[in-house]
Design a protein around this ligand. Structure first.
Ligand code: G1P
Length: 305
């Protein structure tokens, strides 16, 4: 059956989390980067919650050595729950149970840090012969502007590969995979869906075919696994997911991009992580009102000097 004619509902997400978090050292010396709190929850919890909200009930984390605490976070903690129960702290009991209730969460190990493509390949036996979602931990998508459902609908319509794209300033394109497009194919959930005819990993601005950056959300067909096995190390001497997708594109697999225009928080570097924390805290119902007043006062009084 041609890939485009498959009608699998997508039920699995793969989240590579093994990165060393070098940019956040020394905070990440003993704590995995994806457990760093954004306001009061690990950044990874936002990502798993996004998958859960999109109807995904099976999440595979691709972890590295020494990251068992990530699994603990998504497991029940009877001792902690009993302690909170004894104190009658119902709100916090719910908060600590929440992460374990989002999906069936399992983990597999990436034995060597050989790149994003290699991390995705580690999910091959868990995923099997189904299309699946990949989410990267550096992008938090605001729950009010969710993109995964539109991506899954685009996949149901066109098959093949569906990527999330974001228009970025030309000078930033070298941080991302970049897509060449042939125009808008349709509109879903208010987002333009474009047909893609070229993919290149981290091009120099003068070589970039567009300013549409691949952000960390993908719907991939199982054909990505044989393509990854055949992909030689590319940019940064790592096995690049972008190169394997480009190989499938060259074989005629349809590739589409959903152009995201909503709220997205980049937690990939320290400056952006700070901005994400401030934005998300300011929007919280419980913390927001007081924090916003303080922030306005701080900006007015302190930073003007
Ligand atoms: C990876 C991908 C890149 C994508 C980016 C999104 O790069 O290789 O194509 O644009 O994630 O965050 P990394 O950030 O791991 O260097």
């Amino acid at each position: 059956m041609p890939e485009t004619a498959r009608s699998h509902a997508i039920s699995k997400a793969v989240i590579p989390v093994a990165g060393a978090g070098t940019r956040f050292l020394p905070a990440t010396k003993a704590v995995p980067k994806v457990l760093l709190p954004v306001v009061d929850r690990p950044s990874l919890e936002y990502i798993v919650e996004e998958a859960s909200r999109a109807g995904i009930d099976d999440v595979l984390l691709v972890t590295g050595r020494g990251q068992e605490s990530i699994i603990d976070h998504f497991d029940r903690s009877p001792a902690l729950e009993a302690l909170l129960e004894a104190k009658g702290d119902k709100a916090r009991i719910e908060a600590v149970k929440h992460s374990a209730q989002l999906a069936a969460i399992t983990a597999t190990r990436q034995d060597e840090p050989r790149g994003l493509g290699h991390a995705v390949l580690c999910a091959a036996s868990h995923v099997g012969d189904e299309p699946f979602v990949v989410q990267l931990g550096d992008d938090i998508i605001d729950g009010r502007d969710t993109i995964l459902p539109a991506m899954m609908r685009a996949h149901a319509q066109f098959g093949g590969i569906v990527l999330a794209l974001l228009e970025v300033p030309t000078e930033h394109i070298q941080r991302y995979g970049c897509a060449a497009t042939t125009g808008v194919a349709t509109t879903l959930d208010g987002f333009d869906v474009v047909a893609i005819n070229g993919l290149v990993e981290k091009p120099a601005p003068q070589d970039a075919p567009s300013n549409l950056a691949v952000i960390g959300r993908y719907v991939l067909p199982p054909e990505i696994f044989p393509a990854l096995r055949e992909t030689a190390p590319g940019a940064g001497n790592e096995i690049q997911l972008t190169d394997a997708m480009a190989a499938l594109l060259a074989q005629g697999v349809p590739v589409h991009g959903v152009v995201f225009t909503g709220r997205r928080y980049d937690v990939g570097d320290r400056g952006d992580f700070l901005k994400a924390t401030v934005q998300l805290a300011a929007e919280r119902e419980d913390l927001g009102p007081e924090f916003r007043s303080w922030l306005i006062e701080y900006v007015n009084n302190e930073l003007k000097q």
